[in-house]
Design a protein around this ligand. Structure first.
Ligand code: WT7
Length: 667
């Protein structure tokens, strides 16, 4: 990369360093210059429908071609390619049969203990088909919802692909979520089956999955579940309910390894993925088959410029949207070889990622800023896990996703992993967007650390005020996308009203997508920089958590908690950390020791209600929470307290100013 390094310190807000792609990055790239990017943007602006129709024809195999591109008659319930038919699994697997890709490795699986298994496209198709037949034999049909609660394994990808193959709508629940979270999702989705594993292996530990499924179902209301299919990941036995539960081996027995893919309409729900919003209840983000599949394929080409010889590695879990689009669908639709990793970046040592890049000759590496930051820390304190110990020279493109990447982490990634030659694509997107929406293009975009740069062609991103009016470059506002795009969220499962309210505010006309993030465009280049959520959503280690969700969990501990408020505060490694302000029924803890004991009890409770990722890092006890005269919790004040900042807000309405002192102490 050619550099233009200024002397300013790295953490300043206005970043002036620019890294233009050098000739090697641009050579042969699909979009090899800003002129080529501009031309695509112009094509989309001049002929929006035509542009998308051409992309959908070129990138998706349709069993029935579409004649309508975009239907806006019932906006914001947009429909794309809706009279077309396709199958997502056929677009990831069958389409490669009879091409040179069929005998190519589709997945290089590295287990927690380092054991490696590979499957070719042909083998993967056979295994997906066989499992799809097993699902059919269980009575699962097109349109049924299936919960997938699986570890990172080839079998996890197979489960998703097999659902897609028969037209069943999957809803993957991250393996770190609790029994309660699982139960809520089963009920909301009305799922007929759960696909799970007996245990998952992470960091040398065997953690139960099936037992949590049993607990979730036992919480009640899950009568829709007719079968629980269990992949035996480890030799350890787990309890099985007769008639309901079957092992993979049992259901696969005798099933043929051919299963014709079921064509579905383009708008057929491929999956529902639950994510946090600003109320206590997670939202079932519903994605459509055609537009989503198009996006998964197109962004593999545009953002990663994936080539036949690439080894692609996205470290995200299939329980998150990143693992859907850039593990389960995108790499397969693109015919790429990809690494799937079961374990964690710090086991058996914090050089595991770098070691795996060397071992599998990874060329495109895509991970989260939080992982980079924690590995920087580890490398700083232990030379032995520093990336310099491994040969990373196969890398050609790096990616970041999930949260803003701070310029320091960007520079470290650039120098130590990318050898100052790999473009870094800082991809901004959301569960709702289905795939990248604002991102650099590796062969074209000059990079600025900490900026996700410019929208993909056809993405009409803008920054506006509350009324939807454009805000000039250099000033902050709300990030919106003014026109629909193929992979956008279609609705919230079971809650179309909430869909409209959450994403298409009336004050902006009701048809413009509101992302929920604040952003600013640079005065010089118009580059986007995301400044963080503008709603009550936190981003902890790239995981999305609703403050209300954690508050509801805390107050559900009725024997202890009278009231609770949750805010985020900055954290060096996790980006944001959960900070809970709690009023106990019994009054303030009498001693530090008691406070610590109760804090531990509350953390474990939250882990049980939601999952360990939602555990508050700080818990602060007060005899009351700061409120306005009208009784509203003063969240801005709490955020200042959480950060340990001087209080600048007006506190004259507080009945008891002493609580500020109480709430200033974390446990
Ligand atoms: C929120 C979406 C995108 C898949 C993983 C997270 C934040 C995501 C970036 C980025 C700054 C980012 C936003 C967004 N975010 N990527 N490159 N720069 N912020 O998906 O769980 O739906 O979370 O993650 O705040 O709204 P998600």
């Amino acid at each position: 990369m050619t550099k233009n390094t200024s002397t300013r310190i790295e953490s300043v807000l206005i970043e002036t360093r620019v890294f233009a792609p050098d000739a090697t990055a641009s050579a042969g790239a699909r979009i090899a210059s800003m002129a080529a990017y501009d031309a695509l943007c112009k094509e989309a602006a001049d002929d929006f429908d035509g542009f998308w129709a051409r992309q959908a024809k070129a990138n998706v195999t349709w069993t029935k071609p579409f004649t309508r591109t975009l239907d806006e008659s019932n906006a914001p319930f947009y429909k794309w390619f809706d009279d077309g038919e396709l199958n997502a699994s056929a677009n990831c697997l069958d389409k490669h049969i009879g091409t040179p890709v069929e005998n190519k490795t589709a997945i290089i699986f590295e287990a927690d203990d380092g054991a490696v298994t590979k499957v070719t496209y042909k083998e993967l198709l056979a295994r997906v088909s066989q499992f799809a037949n097993a699902l059919k034999a269980e009575g699962i049909r097109k349109g049924d919802r299936v919960i997938i609660y699986m570890p990172m394994t080839i079998e996890g990808v197979i489960a998703m692909q097999a659902c897609a193959r028969i037209g069943a709508t999957h809803s993957v629940v991250f393996g770190g979520f609790s029994a309660k979270a699982l139960q809520e999702r089963i009920i909301d989705a009305g799922a007929v089956a759960v696909i799970t594993a007996n245990y998952q292996l992470r960091g040398g530990k065997e953690l139960p999955l099936k037992a949590i499924v049993d607990d979730g179902i036992a919480l009640g209301g899950c009568e829709s579940i007719k079968s629980v299919l269990v992949y035996q990941r480890t030799a350890t036995a787990c309890a099985m309910v007769a008639g309901r539960d079957k092992t993979f081996a049992e259901v696969l027995q005798g099933q043929p390894s051919e299963c014709p893919p079921v064509p579905v309409g383009a708008e057929h729900p491929l999956f529902i993925l639950y994510t946090s919003g600003s109320t206590g209840k997670p939202k079932g983000v519903q994605h459509a088959t055609g537009g989503y599949l198009l996006w998964a394929k197109l962004t593999m080409d545009w953002t990663f410029d994936v080539r036949p010889e690439d080894v692609f590695w996205c470290t995200a879990d299939i329980g998150w949207i990143t693992g859907h689009t850039y593990v389960a669908y995108g790499p397969l639709a693109a015919g790429a070889t990809q690494v799937v990793f079961e374990g964690i970046p710090t086991f058996p040592h914090a050089g595991r990622f770098w070691q795996m890049i060397e071992k599998h000759k990874v060329t495109i590496f895509y991970t989260a800023p939080t992982a980079i930051r924690s590995l920087i820390k580890a490398a700083d304190s232990d030379e032995k896990v520093h990336p310099k110990n491994w040969n990373l020279s196969t890398l050609r493109i790096l990616g970041a996703v999930g949260e803003p990447i701070n310029p320091e982490a960007w520079m470290w990634y650039h120098r130590n992993i990318g050898a100052e030659k790999c473009p870094i694509v800082d991809t901004f997107w959301q569960t709702e967007t289905g795939g990248h929406v604002i991102t650099p293009l590796p062969g074209a975009t000059p990079l600025v650390p900490g900026s996700c740069t410019l929208p993909l062609p056809g993405i009409m991103a803008a920054i506006v005020d509350e009324t939807g009016k454009d805000i000039p470059n250099g000033a902050g506002g709300m990030l919106v996308i003014k026109r629909p795009w193929p992979s956008m969220i279609r609705t919230i499962w079971n809650d179309p009203e909430r869909f409209k309210k959450s994403y298409f505010p009336e004050e902006m006309g009701g048809t413009i997508y509101l992302a929920g993030d604040g952003a600013v465009r640079s005065a010089d280049r118009g580059y986007f920089r995301i400044t963080g959520r503008i709603d009550d959503v936190l981003n902890v280690s790239g995981h999305r958590l609703g403050t209300m969700e954690i508050e509801s969990a805390l107050v559900a501990k009725t024997d202890l908690v009278a009231e609770a408020a949750v805010v985020g505060r900055p954290d060096d490694v996790t980006g944001e950390a959960v900070c809970a302000f709690v009023v106990l029924k019994r009054g303030r803890p009498a001693s530090d020791e008691e406070a610590r004991k109760i804090a531990t009890e509350l953390r474990n409770w939250v882990a049980k209600e939601i999952g360990p990722i939602a555990k508050p890092k700080d818990i602060r006890f007060g005899e009351n929470l700061p409120k306005t005269r009208s009784g509203k919790i003063m969240r801005r004040l709490l955020r200042s307290l959480a950060k340990g900042e001087a209080i600048t807000q007006d506190t004259s309405t507080l009945e008891n100013p002493a609580i500020l002192e109480q709430l200033g102490r974390a446990h």
